[in-house]
Write a protein that binds this ligand. Structure first.
Ligand code: SF4
Ligand code: ZN
Length: 288
């Protein structure tokens, strides 16, 4: 199989590209998303939500290569073995690429690690972890112009479906390459990998030697996201283009609605919130 742009051997089938042209295609897709949705500016200070995984580490690399002013911010929730290994890889990557890194942890912030609070609790770890990670990223990104996350097309199609299936009307239209309008208390979030497939990021990170392994968090198994992910992958295998169609239609729909931000603020932390206390503060009160 030959590359569709030169005579070299293709390393990916759809699109058919060799190593050089694949990296070129990948970086151009990121540039195009940034340009089309006005995600970033080279004068801005950009905080990349880094986890040590393939997506956020690839994002750090691409944004740095494209000349953006990036810093890495990581949250260590305390997931035995898994996060320690990821933080080790991230530290090495940031050192090699001269990127400043800050690690904040559940232990220092809330007094306990994730694995300590989930024992005998009828609540999935991802619910606690996702909410508190977002809260910490927002807290420690104050002073930056944007938070960039490594969410890809697969993640986004899953999130749209998950919100639909759970009737999360509050969150449904708060997705997309740039989330929400800039509002007091929130650092604006951008997703330069919005239109890249998970397998494309996997290949990019492999070609750039930036992820030692593709091990996933042990808690993903059995989560609602995991179930939706599997179903969506089955669908995509049978009806190619399903994920892309979800994103395309979602963005079309989103253009037509006016999104109202929360006008209340949490009485404990001051973040924008629909209720008197935000979800993060009530989880901390309840579990830590
Ligand atoms: Fe946290 Fe769940 Fe993601 Fe693991 S899979 S890092 S527990 S949100
Ligand atoms: Zn709060």
């Amino acid at each position: 199989m030959k590359c569709s742009r030169c005579r070299n051997k293709a390393i990916i089938q759809n699109p058919k590209l060799c190593k050089v042209h694949f990296i070129n295609y990948f970086e151009n897709k990121v540039k195009e998303t940034i340009r089309k949705y006005r995600l970033l500016d080279r004068k801005e200070r950009i905080c990349v939500a880094a986890s040590g995984g393939k997506d956020s580490t690839s994002l750090l690399l691409v944004l740095k290569r494209l000349g953006y002013n990036v810093f890495a911010l990581a949250v260590d929730e305390g997931i035995p073995k898994y996060r320690k290994q990821k933080m080790k890889e991230l530290k090495r990557f940031c050192k090699d690429n001269k990127i400043k890194l800050r690690i904040v942890s559940f232990k220092e912030e809330f007094g306990k690690e994730l694995h300590e609070v989930i024992k005998n609790k009828n609540i999935h770890p991802c619910t606690i972890c996702g909410t508190l990670r977002r809260w910490l990223l927002n807290k420690y990104s104050k002073g930056f112009d944007k938070i960039a996350t490594g969410h890809n097309a697969d993640d986004e199609a899953q999130t749209i479906l998950m919100n639909l299936l759970k009737a999360n009307t509050n969150f449904f239209f708060r997705q997309g390459p740039i989330t929400g309008v800039s509002r007091k208390g929130f650092t604006q979030r951008v997703k330069p990998f919005y239109f890249l497939k998970e397998k494309e990021i996997k290949l990019f990170s492999f070609l750039n030697n930036i992820a030692e392994d593709f091990v996933e968090c042990p808690f993903i198994t059995g989560s609602f996201r995991d179930k939706v992910r599997k179903e969506l992958n089955n669908y995509e295998n049978t009806y190619s283009g399903t994920k892309n169609n979800i994103l395309k239609n979602y963005l079309k729909l989103k253009e037509r609605v006016k999104i109202e931000g929360d006008t209340n603020y949490c009485r404990l932390c001051g973040d924008p919130s629909a209720n008197e206390e935000c979800k993060a503060c009530s989880l901390v009160k309840q579990l830590f």
